[in-house]
Design a protein around this ligand. Structure first.
Ligand code: SF4
Length: 444
């Protein structure tokens, strides 16, 4: 039956650019289309229409998006554009007038309608069989879990609130039901994402919703605690440094959620933070980090920083380097400041030249690497839990609780071929370098 169906089903290809939140949007679009009987094509050739889910965050991401649209047009010719860059339809159409449709982020209906027009769905009732957990673009054992959309902050370098709007949270019961379906489908790790995870539920007045016959508040600590009851790894991303984030740390120490916090500090100098319109009390942030680590010594902190923000002096930058050296963050991402069309920071005085940005970027990366290396080396000789991501004839590659997929380090289990993706094994670390570890499985 399926063979017959696959011959008649229209086929959709998708190119998904940008962040994990955009990836979740792509998954939703594909889930919906699959439910309507479309097949998913992994090649341009095999697709009746190609969706390009764009990123519009930085100028470089916009350029990459335009390039991807151009490639899809050259290879296939029938292209529907969606995602963050979709809000700038004029720019897309002026570069690529032949795209079939342009829609913005979360306009799932509009994307699906454009696909219907380009490649009408076949009407076979057997085609609407989709696994209840939906379709995912991540490997089977981990999945992103989006808990809210939009953001109430107005950071000077960011246009996300103007693209995605103010914070809109999902009721806790809905989020938990989705996480439970994922766990039942074999997912071993959920990555909690949003634009501003710490603000979860503010817009709902932290209203309660039912889950497993009891009310759960739409408050990050309550949600995290309930997610922790599912018995899978729960990892927190994009947690803005609000005071109540402190409440998550005991849950991490107890082992309810992973001892991992992705908290975008962006800078440390009070002057730069003020210009960025971010909270400017990083002195306190150092104290908080120390106290978090006292409560939960295994806590891994990931953060991102922007160097070369307009007006950043050498003194501000050195302040940031000293702060990083003291904070000893476990994982650090660093971006060179770029203007983003429509962002308030574009109009600030004191733009830094590219060579200077490049140099600061290299200096920051080195200080962050050395600080992380000190923490990584302290793991040698310890037994840690490792989730397996890939296995081949040479061994397995996994991640520790301190490693989120795609962005952090790996744990190499050389010669370990008897494990499966998604297995969680205990392994003793025998070497560390930069952000990676080498370990040997411990057998009882
Ligand atoms: S908190 Fe994040 S999403 Fe919100 S405005 Fe700032 S950078 Fe943008």
């Amino acid at each position: 039956m399926n063979r017959k169906i696959s011959k008649v089903a229209p086929r959709v290809g998708i190119v998904s650019l940008g962040c994990a939140k955009a990836l979740v949007d792509s998954e939703r679009i594909l889930t919906r289309l699959r439910a309507e009987g479309y097949d998913i094509s992994s090649t341009y050739d095999g697709a009746d229409v190609v969706i390009v889910n764009t990123c519009g965050f930085l100028d470089s991401a916009r350029a990459e998006s335009l390039e991807a649209i151009g490639e899809a047009l050259a290879e296939n010719g029938r292209v529907v554009v969606t995602g963050c860059m979709g809000v700038d339809e004029a720019a897309i159409r002026s570069a690529h007038p032949s795209v079939l449709a342009v829609t913005g982020p979360h306009q799932y209906e509009a994307v699906v309608e454009a696909v219907h027009r380009a490649a009408p769905p076949s009407h076979d009732p057997f085609l609407d069989l989709v696994p209840p957990e939906g379709l995912r673009l991540t490997p089977r054992h981990y999945a992103y879990l989006k808990i809210s959309e939009g953001c109430n902050h107005r950071c000077a370098f960011c246009v996300i609130p103007s693209i995605r709007g103010d914070l809109v949270s999902r009721p806790a019961g809905d989020v938990l039901a989705e996480a439970e379906r994922l766990a039942m489908a074999g997912v071993k790790e959920v990555l909690v994402i949003s634009q501003d995870t710490g603000a979860y539920g503010l817009d709902l007045g932290h209203a309660e919703s039912p889950w497993r016959g009891r009310p759960v508040k739409s408050r990050l600590t309550d949600l995290a605690s309930a997610l922790g009851d599912l018995g899978i790894w729960v990892r927190m991303h994009y947690v803005y440094p609000y005071p109540h984030v402190d409440e998550l740390i005991p849950l991490m120490a107890e082992g309810k959620i992973l001892p991992y916090l992705d908290i975008p500090f962006q800078h440390a100098s009070p002057t730069v933070l003020k210009a960025m319109r971010r909270p400017a009390n990083q002195e306190k942030a150092l104290e908080r980090i120390r106290s978090w680590r006292e409560t939960c010594p295994d806590l891994a902190i990931r953060s991102t920083f922007i160097v070369g923000f307009p007006g950043e002096t050498e003194e501000d930058f050195e302040f940031l380097l000293d702060w990083l050296d003291a904070a000893e963050l476990d994982r650090v991402g660093c971006f060179k400041y770029e203007n983003v069309a429509g962002a308030a920071a574009n109009a600030l005085p004191g733009h830094i030249d590219e060579d200077e940005k490049e140099e600061r970027h290299a200096r920051l990366v080195e200080v962050a690497r050395q600080a992380a290396d000190r923490r990584m080396r302290a793991k040698v000789g310890r037994a840690i839990d490792v989730i397996v991501d890939e296995v081949d004839e040479e061994g397995a590659i996994g991640r520790s609780k301190a490693d989120s997929p795609e962005v952090d380090g790996c744990v190499f289990l050389q010669g370990e071929t008897g494990v499966q993706p998604g297995d969680v094994v205990k392994a003793e670390v025998y070497a560390a370098e930069d952000y990676d570890l080498w370990a040997e499985v411990v057998r009882d």
